[in-house]
Design a protein around this ligand. Structure first.
Ligand code: SAM
Length: 211
């Protein structure tokens, strides 16, 4: 088994946020190279939907589960920002700090209270975070609190397992409550298209506007 597949399997086996953070701390040094080797060089689909739905001058952007900062890096190159990143892993945050992309990077857990005032951001994005053993669907509540009305939330969800339904059900509930409205999505796509044994892992990216 390759190093990247060992870490990937450990991520999906983590039994607590602490265990997951430890896996990412351990993986942070080789994460970017490993993901590239798995055919996942950048969170392209999230970048694409942000560029389709959000104007670069929209204002402050929150990158939820920023990891090593690949998404923030690309969005900064496309003119978005200022960008704040949050993550549960010190190791991943340390790698993100090496990029010249983020105005702020803070250790914070989706699913807990987010330490930002109401309506702090014009946009929130998340790539690879709404997936098994990662951020819970309830995180959407706090994300909606810190994004201003008229702002956008663009995120990927994992689709090939029951948890995808949980995220969609919570998103639908927020839509029924008049909190946000879905404005776009892409097709369901294979995340690791180049790796036959991982070809079953699929994502979809969704874009919502706060009401
Ligand atoms: C698959 S990586 C994606 C990183 C980055 N968004 C990217 O696309 O490269 C998932 C990241 O989410 C973080 N994470 C997992 N659960 C989280 C939570 N509840 N709150 C905040 N970050 C979390 C992990 O530490 C990890 O850095």
């Amino acid at each position: 088994m390759t190093n990247s597949q060992k870490h990937l399997d450990a991520v999906y086996r983590a039994k607590s946020a602490e265990e997951l953070a430890a896996v990412y701390n351990d993986w942070s040094e080789s994460y970017d190279d490993d993901l590239t080797a798995l055919g996942h060089g950048a969170p392209t689909a999230v970048i694409a939907l942000v560029c389709r739905h959000v104007a670069p001058d929209a204002g402050p952007l929150l990158d939820c589960g920023a990891g090593t900062g690949r998404l923030g890096q690309w969005l900064s190159w496309f003119g978005y920002g200022p960008i704040t990143g949050i993550d549960i892993s010190d190791g991943m945050l340390a790698k993100a700090r090496q990029r010249d992309a983020y105005a702020k990077l803070r250790k914070m857990a989706l699913g807990d209270h987010l330490d930002f005032p109401d309506r702090s951001f014009a946009t929130a994005v998340a790539a690879g975070v709404f997936t098994a053993q990662h951020a819970p669907a309830e995180s959407f509540e706090e994300i909606c609190r810190v994004v201003r009305p008229g702002g956008q939330v663009v995120f990927s969800i994992r689709c090939d397992e029951d948890k995808g339904e949980t995220y969609l059900a919570k998103a639908d509930e927020l839509e029924a409550r008049g909190i946000w409205r879905r404005e776009g999505e892409c097709a369901v796509y294979p995340v690791f298209a180049e790796v036959p044994e991982k070809a079953h892992i699929t994502n979809q990216v969704l874009a919502y506007r706060l009401l």
